[in-house]
Design a protein around this ligand. Structure first.
Ligand SMILES: [Zn+2]
Ligand SMILES: [Zn+2]
Length: 139
């Protein structure tokens, strides 16, 4: 599958585009993904680095050795703080884009989940929780 995909950070100062094959997306429950998203897990999608381009702004980068032992560079908007993608010096041919940063997140098809040993109990949303179409106050 190949298509043109675009995305951006929360404030819009950084935007990106991609055209190429879309690898399987994955849920990651690792501790670093929990901290970087501020949520239960991360969903990322693998893109070929040579057809991934930043089309606006310049993301900042933060490098950390991940639980896997590999150095991971996390790219984010320095203005709004939104995480955008990760790269790995060991695998320069790929970038792993945060699924929620895509303009059309429905192109994402999660295929597996990793780091289940770090999964938090609240990563699963119970079907019987009260739900609201917008926020709870209906505002
Ligand atoms: Zn931003
Ligand atoms: Zn992770």
């Amino acid at each position: 599958m190949s298509s043109k995909i675009t995305g951006a950070c929360l404030c819009g100062n950084v935007a990106f585009a991609y055209s190429g094959d879309i690898a399987a997306a994955a849920y990651c429950h690792c501790t670093d993904c929990r901290r970087t998203t501020g949520s239960a897990f991360n969903i990322s999608i693998g893109f070929d680095a040579d057809t991934f381009e930043i089309t606006r702004g310049a993301p900042r980068a933060f490098e950390k050795t991940a639980d896997s032992g590999n150095a991971i560079v996390r790219h984010f908007c320095a203005d709004c703080g939104a995480p955008l993608y990760t790269s790995s010096p060991a695998h320069p041919e790929k970038v792993y884009v945060k699924a929620g940063a895509l303009d059309d997140p429905n192109v994402v098809k999660p295929a597996y989940q990793s780091w289940l040993k770090s999964r938090v109990a609240w990563s699963h949303i119970a079907d019987d929780l009260p739900g609201f179409e917008t926020d709870r106050d209906g505002a």
